[in-house]
Write a protein that binds this ligand. Structure first.
Ligand code: DCP
Ligand code: CA
Ligand code: CA
Length: 360
């Protein structure tokens, strides 16, 4: 699911000053040149009724709100980030994988938590809306879909405070009637170009031959438009701030080819790595070792497991095998050795907590 906070900067201002709620509120980035030079950062939905929206010049917003009891405020990023952090903290623990995007959006992969049920995902979204409203006071919209692309588009179709679910069997009928510019990457220029080719809806685009799209837009964009218009997107939700890997390296007391000595040193590094995995609730799937040889050349070996794990025994066994292999394939002594785990993923133990939470 994708969560996008509604009219975010303006909503933050309403939060600290509730008397703004029944007035059009415009947040401006003032360039300082003249009193009204600059652009609208965002506006609340009341102001949007008057045609005020992100990106338009402030003087135009003033004109559109002439004779209306409205409020213009300068951006206060620090405050908005503080609110954003509080919301993200509430959301973070409720996903298998949590990915913050910018200040006011987050993707939550909830596939495992909901056992793949779109109904349960909908219930979870409702719960999260309630939690954030109670704990922070902010409303947001949610899109739920079989992938990031659909979650994002679904989120945009009903705002503010929306909740839109697109199940796999609904993808086609959901996407087809939408205008092409709902797809990320279709801006004014491209949408004009498509319109010249009589491609106006996502359905029109999906019926285009992929070779033709590649010929017109180039390989990357052409293939992307083809896939996106057909609802195909394989981008995984990536844990925010999660390290790609955890590694440790150390210098041996003396240069050696003795597997026992190397394994002993590696054991210390493995202990450190394992502690960090546990602290961050992470599993690893790939194990790598590195050796800096006596002539200072560097050698690597790695192994990918069938399943992610956080087992320290597996790590120890695999590291020993990898160093054994490396030594057998080299003639020099090792001078420094390193151990690395990668393909990290969140451990599932929150799953049970959430299931019981939903049942209570
Ligand atoms: N923003 C900005 N300038 C833009 C677009 C956005 O400064 N041209 C800022 C202000 C927004 C925030 O980024 O509050 C989030 O952008 P969104 O596009 O999500 O817009 P809003 O949250 O304001 O509105 P919506 O309810 O449509 O999500
Ligand atoms: Ca938003
Ligand atoms: Ca946004």
């Amino acid at each position: 699911m994708l969560l996008d906070f509604d009219y975010f900067f303006a909503q933050c201002e309403e939060l600290r000053n509730p008397s703004l709620r029944d007035k059009p509120v415009v947040i401006g980035v003032y360039s300082g040149r003249t009193e009204d030079s600059g652009a609208v950062s965002t506006a609340n939905y009341l102001a949007r009724h008057y045609g005020v929206k992100s990106g338009i010049p402030l003087f135009l917003a003033k004109k559109r709100l002439e004779n209306v009891d409205s409020v213009f405020l300068p951006v206060d990023y620090e405050y908005y980030e503080e609110i954003s952090d509080r919301i993200m903290q509430v959301l973070n623990s409720h996903a298998d994988v949590f990915e913050q995007v910018g200040v006011d959006e987050a993707y939550l992969d909830v596939t495992k938590k909901t056992q793949g049920s779109f109904e349960k995902a909908g219930e979870l979204a409702t719960t999260l809306k309630q939690l954030v409203k109670n704990q922070v006071g902010v409303i947001f919209s949610v899109g739920i879909g079989p992938n990031k692309l659909l979650a994002k588009i679904a989120c945009d179709v009903n705002k503010p405070d929306g909740l839109t679910t697109v199940k796999p069997e609904e993808v086609e009928s959901f996407l087809n009637p939408l205008p092409v510019d709902r797809l990320i990457g279709v801006g004014r220029k491209i949408s004009q170009k498509m319109s010249d080719l009589s491609i106006r809806t996502i359905g029109d685009l999906s019926r285009c031959d992929v070779q033709r799209l590649v010929a017109i837009f180039g390989k990357t964009l052409g293939v992307y438009f083809h896939n996106a218009s057909n609802g195909v997107d394989n981008e995984p939700v990536k844990e925010t701030g999660q390290a790609e890997s955890i590694s440790r390296i150390a210098t041996l007391k003396q240069n050696t080819r003795d597997l026992a000595l190397i394994s002993e040193k590696a054991g210390v590094l493995i202990g450190d790595i394992h502690r960090e995995l546990l602290q961050n609730d992470l599993n690893y799937r790939q194990i790598g070792v590195i050796a800096v040889l006596s002539d200072l050349t560097i050698r690597n070996r790695s192994q990918t497991l069938e399943q992610p794990t956080n087992s320290v025994e597996t790590l120890r066994d695999e590291v020993r095998l990898l160093f054994d292999k490396l030594l057998n394939e080299e003639t020099s002594e090792a001078r420094r050795i390193g151990v690395k785990v990668s393909q990290l993923s969140k451990n599932d133990k929150n799953q049970r907590q959430l299931t019981s939470y939903l049942q209570n």
